[in-house]
Design a protein around this ligand. Structure first.
Ligand code: NCD
Length: 314
């Protein structure tokens, strides 16, 4: 059993990413080949925040590898309600399981929790921080639709609080990708993320914009995100930006015919439903890719014959 944690996409090299994506493609082509690989494995699911896709696709992935899950259930029905600390909760549940998947509203929670456990811990979203497994399925979808090198991508919406954006932006610095960040000024990428991206890519691959219009025709991929209402300290601030940066069929008239539209989901009103039926829409395929990608990741993290992820304590 390997004891690596997956906390941020920063810990993954290009080689690690390619290993996961290649393996996910193999599994996608023939899932039956790995159907019994983890027959005795139990994965602990600890979701302190709402989730549909991430939790259910981890559960599906573990079961499709022959294993099973134990689920803490809702915070309201667990001992967290009695005041138990996260450190105590993870230490108890690691004793029942072979790996943990944690989603928590506090940024940094996964790093902290990983210091208390020996089984692999996967960050399934820590507040406005990171969401590395979403990034792997995003990269898989980008690779299938547009390719990861010589890529021009627009990432639009809530870049401040959107953890999927932070993880994706770091991971893309491993590839020849031009990243255009499109948002209102109040929801721009955190300055420390911009600083890091500039360090990693000499700044040549990163541009910030307040409008989609000028950049849309050059894009291979447009990654749209939801305004993260639950993270706004003040509802009035949310109301000021709610409803901005929506796209519909008319918007896409100016796009390349080859444009791939992605979204980590759930969407609220950022993408008009009329786009769903067009050849641009890849967001449901993207969500489905969560299963083979998480099967590949779980197998690599839970097996002792393979290694990815380097040092999670960066
Ligand atoms: C995202 C998340 O939880 O960060 N959802 C997901 O995992 N697919 C995106 C979001 O909630 O907007």
């Amino acid at each position: 059993m390997r004891h690596d944690h997956l906390i941020t996409s920063k810990q993954l090299s290009r080689g690690d990413i390619e290993t996961v994506l290649d393996y996910a493609a193999e599994i996608d082509a023939d899932p039956s080949a790995v159907a019994d690989r983890h027959a005795d494995t139990l994965l602990g699911l600890l979701f302190f925040e709402p989730s549909t896709r991430t939790k259910m696709s981890f559960e599906t992935a573990m079961k499709r590898l022959g294993g099973d899950v134990v689920d803490m259930g809702s915070v309201d029905s667990s001992s967290v309600k009695k005041g138990e600390t996260l450190a105590d909760t993870v230490r108890v549940i690691e004793g029942y399981t072979d790996g943990l998947v944690l989603r928590h509203p506090k940024q940094g929670a996964a790093t902290m929790a990983s210091e208390f456990v020996d089984v692999p811990l996967v960050n399934a979203g820590d507040g406005a921080g990171h969401h590395p497994t979403q990034t792997m399925l995003d990269l898989y979808t980008i690779r299938e639709n547009a390719g990861l090198d010589d890529l021009t991508i627009g990432i639009m919406g809530d870049l401040k609080y959107g953890r999927t954006v932070h993880s994706l932006a770091y991971a893309l610095t491993n590839f020849d990708a031009q990243q255009h960040f499109i948002s209102p000024e109040s929801l721009q990428l955190p300055r420390e993320v911009v600083y890091d991206l500039h360090q990693q890519q000499d700044g040549t691959g990163i541009k910030e914009h307040d409008s989609l219009e000028g950049v849309l025709p050059s894009l291979d991929v447009l990654y749209v995100t939801r305004i993260q209402r639950e993270r706004f300290p003040d509802e009035n601030e949310y109301q000021k930006v709610a409803g901005e940066y929506q796209i519909d069929a008319e918007t896409l008239a100016a796009a390349s015919d080859e444009l791939t539209v992605m979204h980590p989901l759930p969407r609220v009103d950022e993408i008009a439903p009329e786009i769903d039926e067009t050849h641009h829409a890849a967001y449901f395929e993207q969500a489905h890719n969560g299963v083979p990608v998480r099967m590949a990741l779980l197998d690599l993290l839970l097996s002792d014959d393979t290694r990815i992820g380097g040092d999670s304590n960066e």
